[in-house]
Design a protein around this ligand. Structure first.
Ligand SMILES: Cc1cc2nc3c(=O)[nH]c(=O)nc-3n(C[C@H](O)[C@H](O)[C@H](O)COP(=O)(O)O)c2cc1C
Length: 211
């Protein structure tokens, strides 16, 4: 191979590399916005079931507050609060919190509360509980989680916020009381937190996307 051939081959390879890089960059630009929109739609979709009966005109996930531990809510990891508005007035808050004492580890819970502290829905976001036993906390596996709808701190009183075998008002699961005990406790503690911090929750500045 003479010098001219070497140079020509080098230039050809460099041009091909530049074209490939430009193609990848253009594809990234074109798909980035669509991916972000899809992710947002998915998030909104997963949050909405915990907002039954709430009229709102804000995006569910638009006004997000991320609280690093220690924050006073259940769990040692970050707690996320999504504030929801109608006519720019606060109408509800969604809490993503963690019950630490599940049978097989932490249980991530989504709890929706109307501004006046009524439960608008509970959903289990993540858990490692046993199939057929503790996994009945999932809304797709049993109706267990629906017993909290419309309840609040006061209905029942704080002592009633426990499973029946602990003297409270809420059903456990047959052969599995560890999992429901953990979830009920986390819901109770979130209700107490909301009662104590409602005004500051709605006044706090939203956490930026990259925080
Ligand atoms: C293999 C195995 C898996 C279990 N998984 C769970 C579970 O996911 N959640 C739970 O609460 N209890 C689970 N249990 C049962 C607990 O050990 C405990 O006995 C039970 O929660 C007590 O409930 P009870 O008071 O209704 O009997 C499991 C037990 C075994 C042997």
């Amino acid at each position: 191979m003479n010098d001219r051939t070497v140079v020509r081959t080098g230039v050809t390879l460099a041009v091909i590399a530049a074209l490939c890089t430009a193609l990848v960059a253009a594809t990234y630009q074109l798909t980035r916005d669509r991916i972000a929109a899809n992710e947002k739609a998915l998030l909104e979709q997963s949050l909405q079931p915990a907002l039954a009966g709430v009229f709102f005109d804000s995006g569910v996930s638009e006004s997000r507050l991320v609280l690093a531990p220690p924050h006073g809510l259940p769990g040692n990891d970050a707690a996320v609060i999504y504030r929801v508005f109608a006519n720019e007035q606060p109408v509800a808050a969604l809490f993503a919190v963690t019950a630490r004492d599940g049978f097989s580890g932490p249980i991530r819970i989504l709890l929706g509360l109307s501004f006046d502290g009524r439960i608008t829905g509970v959903r289990i976001l993540q858990h490692r509980e046993t199939p057929g036993l503790g996994d009945k906390i999932e809304s797709t596996r049993s109706g267990w989680v629906f017993q909290f709808d419309d309840r609040s701190m006061g209905d029942p009183l704080v002592t009633g916020w426990a499973i029946r075998s602990d003297g409270g008002e809420f059903d456990q699961l047959t052969g599995a009381s560890v999992t429901p005990r953990a979830v009920v406790k986390a819901i109770r503690d979130t209700l107490i937190y909301f009662d104590d911090h409602r005004d500051e929750i709605f006044l706090a500045a939203a956490t930026k996307e990259d925080e």
